[in-house]
Write a protein that binds this ligand. Structure first.
Ligand code: HQG
Length: 199
């Protein structure tokens, strides 16, 4: 498989495992797991040929560790990012770092600074420990802007924050008073241990 095929298959798996399992007649359990055999059969009916090796390659090459295989290798799920109503993944609640970042596009700013961050069609608002990751996320929708979230303060005030198994931080919503615009690389991102691939 070349990178283009891997990327395309990864997008297909994200679509099915996060949003529309029923598009290929697949059932996810409440923790987001799908039987790999059923995934392969459902995909084939839609003309997309997958097998264990292809799935393994896509799982291994995901920069953000988007997919997780069960210990017995029989099941697969998306680590986060769901909108599918069958899924109610119980992410681990954790104390977050002092600040987290959210990448968005400048055209959404006015609305965000009025309403705060809302989850939209996904189950959660997605936050990243890294400024650079947030820029890349924001670029998907237009001219990027990074918002700095006072995540520890949120937590101390009783808001729940979760960390998905691929390290992405999740929360239900972020009220405006915890949000500011971060228009340059924060000092902590200059730490050489920081990697943009880890979130
Ligand atoms: C924006 C990627 C107006 C929000 C990333 C975002 C992430 C508002 C968009 C994951 C708003 C939702 C999720 C408000 C939020 N008014 N716009 N009040 N509140 N928004 O795609 O965070 O590569 O659902 O800023 O890495 O962009 O797919 O969320 O721009 O972790 O694995 O509404 O997707 O991961 O967009 O991205 P999305 P997201 P993958």
């Amino acid at each position: 498989m070349n990178n283009k095929q891997i990327n395309e298959t990864s997008k297909f798996l994200s679509y099915i495992l996060r949003h529309e399992p029923h598009a290929i007649g697949l059932q996810l359990d409440s923790e987001g797991w799908a039987e790999i055999n059923s995934l392969i059969i459902g995909a084939a009916k839609e003309g997309r040929i997958l097998d264990q090796a292809i799935i393994q390659t896509v799982v291994n090459s995901s920069d953000k560790k988007r997919f997780t295989l069960s210990d017995d290798g029989q099941r697969i799920r998306a680590a986060q990012g769901h909108s599918a109503s069958d899924v109610n993944l119980q992410h681990i609640e954790k104390e977050p770092p002092e600040f987290l970042y959210h990448g968005t596009a400048t055209r959404f700013l006015e609305s965000i600074l009025q309403q705060g961050l809302i989850a939209g069609s996904r189950h959660h608002v997605h936050l990243s420990q890294e400024f650079l990751t947030a820029i890349v996320v924001g670029q998907r929708y237009g001219k990027p802007v990074v918002l700095k979230i006072e995540s520890l303060k949120m937590y101390q005030q009783g808001f729940k924050l979760f960390q998905a198994e691929n390290n992405v931080w999740l929360t239900e919503a972020v009220p405006v008073n915890f949000i500011s615009i971060q228009n340059q690389l924060p000092d902590s991102s200059l730490d050489k241990n920081t990697s943009t691939a880890s979130t």
